[in-house]
Design a protein around this ligand. Structure first.
Ligand code: PLP
Length: 391
């Protein structure tokens, strides 16, 4: 374990691994290899049998580039262990198959792919899944009493930025012998530490803030040794391992995570405040706005309000589409967390797969535009939004 576990987050992001380089490089090199040779069968068996740590085979995750990444990822979330994956969906799948077989309750909104996995694929394997709204706490109590063993949620959620009280959810789950998994993608470890608040697992689409440059696809799962060790074989045999090149690129990105996200927090606040004053915007969903329903909870359980916000354009969905199409700096693209600002209209992208009725039930209107605030000057982003709303 790295000696930096008691240091601040920015230090851990840079010095979070004990993997060293024989030539003195400050960064773990890319071990661009599928396998590792041993001087003797006895030494090979020591690693295979887990008696000694060591590199062995890349798909198993036994590769120093992956070790270095995982050590840093664990440090960032204050976890005993982190497993890296080839995508956020791969991390979720391994989590659900390992710890969700007795029933999964997804509370509130989630990424469309997660909802589809839970609603359409996992039930084919006989896994009972329940998608409930954040307001349906009584149903959650009933499902826990009925034996569901894994609660999964995002906080803040996508795209309405709804917040859930992680401490309360964890207490509720633990009282029934269930576990809590939080998708911390939107907040990032800079703004929220779910494990400190009682969650058992943190899952990330590292494709987003952790990667931070829209140039890699990866995922991560963090938690205790006891809960993560059983996931290892699922990841190994599902073949959902991150590539060493991607692991190294992600380690590179983590070194700047703190400054990037802090800048995105500040810019998102400025954009949210400007949009809240704009006559052509009917609503702004951002935890940093004092009149936002989740503001009080955000102040309690988050360290920053994040770089994601959603605006609702006055009139209708067609007006929102026109605004999205007129933006120049914001790219019309369905992702988030990168250096460049992005805009999506949830009804045409992330939540396109839901019926209009289901979107309405979830409070997702066609007039919503979700903004991922990048690292551009906030004044330029505001000017871009103003010209698009104006024309
Ligand atoms: N979780 C959230 C909140 C996401 O936004 C996404 C993707 O957009 C995922 C999980 C899935 O991640 P990936 O695309 O890396 O598989």
């Amino acid at each position: 374990m790295s000696e930096t576990t008691t240091c601040g987050l920015a230090t851990r992001a840079i010095h979070g691994t004990t993997q060293t380089d024989a030539h003195g490089s400050p960064h773990t090199p890319i071990y661009n290899t599928t396998t590792f040779a041993f001087p003797s069968t006895a030494e090979l068996l020591d690693v295979i049998d887990g008696k000694k740590p060591g590199a062995l085979y890349t798909r198993y995750g036994l590769n120093p580039s992956i070790f270095a990444l995982e050590e840093t990822l664990a440090g960032l979330e204050g976890a005993e262990l982190a497993w890296a994956f080839c995508s956020g969906m791969a991390a979720e799948t391994a989590l659900f198959l390992t710890h969700g077989r007795d029933g999964i309750v997804c509370v509130g909104d989630a990424y469309g792919g997660t909802l589809e996995l839970l609603a359409a694929q996992l039930p084919l394997l006989g896994i009972q899944t329940h998608l409930i709204l954040g307001s349906e706490q009584e149903r959650l109590d009933d499902l826990l009493a009925g034996g569901a063993k894994l609660i999964f949620f995002e906080t803040p959620t996508n795209p309405t930025l709804e917040l859930f009280d992680i401490r309360t959810m964890a207490a509720k789950a633990h009282a029934h012998g269930a576990r809590v998994a939080v998708d911390n993608t939107f907040a990032s470890p800079v703004n929220q530490h779910p494990l400190e608040l009682g969650a058992d697992f943190v899952v990330h689409s590292a494709t987003k803030y952790l990667g931070g440059h829209s140039d890699l696809t990866a995922g991560a799962l963090m938690g205790s040794k006891e809960l993560l060790l059983p996931v290892w074989n699922w990841r190994k045999n599902l073949g959902s391992m991150i590539a060493p090149e991607t692991a190294s690129l992600l380690s590179r990105s983590l070194r700047t995570l703190v400054v990037r996200v802090q800048q995105q927090n500040a810019s998102a606040q400025a954009v949210a405040e400007a949009m809240a004053r704009h006559p052509k915007v009917s609503r702004v969903f951002y935890p940093g706005l004092p009149d936002f329903p989740g503001h009080g909870l955000a102040k309690e359980q988050m360290h920053g309000f994040g770089g994601m916000l959603t605006i609702e354009v006055k009139d209708d969905g067609a007006a929102a589409t026109r605004v999205a199409d007129r933006l120049r700096l914001f790219a019309l693209a369905p992702s988030l967390g990168g250096a460049e600002s992005l805009v999506t209209q949830p009804c045409t992208t992330t939540h396109h797969g839901l019926t209009p009725e289901e979107r309405a039930r979830r409070g997702i209107s066609d007039a919503m535009l979700r903004l991922s605030i990048g690292l551009e000057d906030s004044a330029d982003l505001i000017a871009d939004l103003e010209q698009a709303l104006q024309s």
